[in-house]
Design a protein. Sequence first.
Length: 365
Amino acid sequence: MQTLTVDLKERAYPIHIGTALLTRPELILPHLIRKQVAIVTNTIVAPLYLDALSKPLAAQGVDIIPVILPDGEEYKNSDTLNLIYDALLTHHCERKTTLIALGGGVIGDLTGFAAATYLRGVPFIQVPTTLLAQVDSSVGGKTGINHPQGKNMVGAFYQPKLVLADTSTLNTLPDRQLSAGLAEVIKYGLIRDLPFFEWLEQNMGALLARDPEALAYAVKRSCENKAEVVIADEHEGGVRALLNLGHTFGHAIEAGMGYGKWLHGEAVAAGTILAAALSQRLGWINEATVSRIRALFERAGLPVNAPDLGVAAYLEHMAIDKKVENGKMRFVLLKAIGTAVVTADVTGQALRETLLETTHNENSA
């Protein structure tokens, strides 16, 4: 097991990365104020891992309240959030009850937001079971739900007490979900870690083959990058916005196609290619660099062609992106592989031309 620390002073918390961690209650018990936990999971993860997590805790005298939600991005909404509140109220959960998110990014975001708002704040723990959640969404305290007009538009910054990344859970992850997680892994190389990008070029085959050492290294390196950014800018006032490379376009794809049709990582991959193409149009990177980026996403099994929603639809969805400031869209673009910037200096013409030339008439990933 390897342990990293997100050093946010009095709110610092550990990230444990390793195999067979779900069955080690001693990693969780020190973070419980009261021996009562509500484990929030979904219909896919519960049959696989709920018992593995809950039985060792129950054997230590912990009262377990399972909350099993439907699976999918289309359920990341206020109706599903209320199911969590319903369960907590039904079981008379108090402020010292800890919520545990057992699942992927949707479960983590829903559980974290429920924790941030139930009784004005209760502790929670992230136990991510997808690659995307282990390398990105479980770390950093972003929680929230989708609104019909935009992704993650309702939420809070609320840090967990612990992140328990059991890489053994990746063995049951569908190939499509594994690839989706790799989109966020590649992102770190693109925005701030050229040596990691080069490592990914050399080791993509091992990652797709689920080599345990390669996966553990990718999770650790990604979490190191994420933790450093979060420590520097917890509430996304500056450098943390770089973590949204590909997300402005990607969120538009998810909303435009209908939540759940494209996985988040798939939309981020196609969105990153759009961001790279826009960076090239501005003269910041060359065609060879764009091709190199595209090639790595393709090797990861990810879509590199964004769907043709129409320029107007893209602009409409992007206009309510969280990075819009003073009415101006801000984009995360590339100066080079390993160097990203946030800029509002993008003309409407450059954006429209990029969308027209780079999107395709494909309605599925």
